[in-house]
Design a protein around this ligand. Structure first.
Ligand SMILES: C[S@@+](CC[C@H](N)C(=O)[O-])C[C@H]1O[C@@H](n2cnc3c(N)ncnc32)[C@H](O)[C@@H]1O
Length: 275
């Protein structure tokens, strides 16, 4: 990424603007995913852990129930404040928060047992560096967990997928394919414990809403058009499909009602152990 300060600014703008709407959604809807990742990385009562790019505390608030201590670490003050408030409201005493860049961590080598990151590598200019940092800060026998969207292995489909993601969110950098993430783990002496793929269906309108957009906004219109163009051949790997519009409330809304568009996010749970 050529202009990294600009990228940081886009991230802060996006997650300051959507701290409430995205925070409410992520914390409530990803409890099961957080618990599943905790099992895959064998989170345990003696572990000292970090949740990188923790956002509203999606992983950290759940992991705090399993580990000795966890630090939620993020670049955006507004969303970190939200995570702090949630931890206080839930009376969690073994959680701290710190502001910073996941590509350059303030933790010494081999100082933690667990490093996890969810739905955030695709906002990093250099995701390889983040994996390297995670591998650096965990002890031998420590675990690293990544939960993120992935793109198809085909490079054209991957490029189109990332293009659509950037229409939705200018702070999106690049979603990686599963093979690249697995190679990064291997390159940093992380023995793979689990690699599980899931498909998560989303109504397009909701997917846009949690990114801060509503029907009529330019990013909404552009992303919808780009996705609908891929319906015949699924050229970007989102599995887009239309379903009949909900019954109209009145004649005016009947005239403008659009069929509901659904997409799938392909999601990878990847857990590794430092050898
Ligand atoms: C899509 S949210 C994911 C939040 C949370 N991990 C979850 O799963 O719901 C992305 C988060 O990454 C953070 N972020 C983006 N780039 C970052 C960086 N270089 N270092 C630390 N945090 C970053 C943003 O501030 C935002 O909170």
């Amino acid at each position: 990424m050529q202009n990294y300060p600009q990228q940081k600014e886009w991230v802060r703008q996006q997650f300051t603007r959507t701290a409430a709407v995205f925070g409410d959604y992520a914390v409530a809807s990803r409890v099961g995913e957080a618990e599943h990742l905790a099992r895959l990385v064998r989170a345990g009562a003696r572990d000292r852990a970090v949740d990188l790019a923790c956002g509203p505390g999606t992983l950290a608030l759940r992991f705090a129930r399993h580990v000795l201590w966890i630090c939620g670490f993020d670049l955006t003050p507004a969303i970190l404040d939200r995570a702090r408030r949630s931890a206080a409201a839930e009376n969690l005493r073994n959680i701290d928060f710190a502001l910073g860049d996941a590509q350059s961590l303030p933790f010494p080598d081999a100082s933690l047992d667990l490093a996890v990151i969810s739905y955030s590598l695709h906002h990093m200019p250099d995701p390889a560096r983040v994996i390297a940092e995670m591998a650096r800060i965990v002890k031998p026998g420590g675990r690293v967990g990544v939960l993120d969207i992935i793109v198809p292995e085909d490079s054209q489909a991957a490029a189109l997928n990332n293009h659509i993601e950037r229409l939705r969110d200018t702070s999106h950098t690049r979603t990686l394919p599963k093979s690249e993430l697995a190679s990064l783990f291997q390159a940093h002496a992380l023995r793979i414990l689990a690699a599980e793929t899931q498909y998560h269906a989303h109504p397009f309108d909701h997917w846009m809403m949690v990114a801060g957009w509503k029907p009529g906004d330019a990013p909404y219109t552009q992303a919808r058009r780009a996705l609908e163009e891929t319906i015949p051949d699924d050229a970007a790997g989102f599995h887009p499909r239309l379903s009949p519009a909900k019954p109209a409330m009145n004649a005016a809304s009947a005239a403008t009602a659009m069929p509901e568009l659904y997409i799938d996010n392909t999601v990878l749970f990847l857990a590794g152990e430092k050898v």
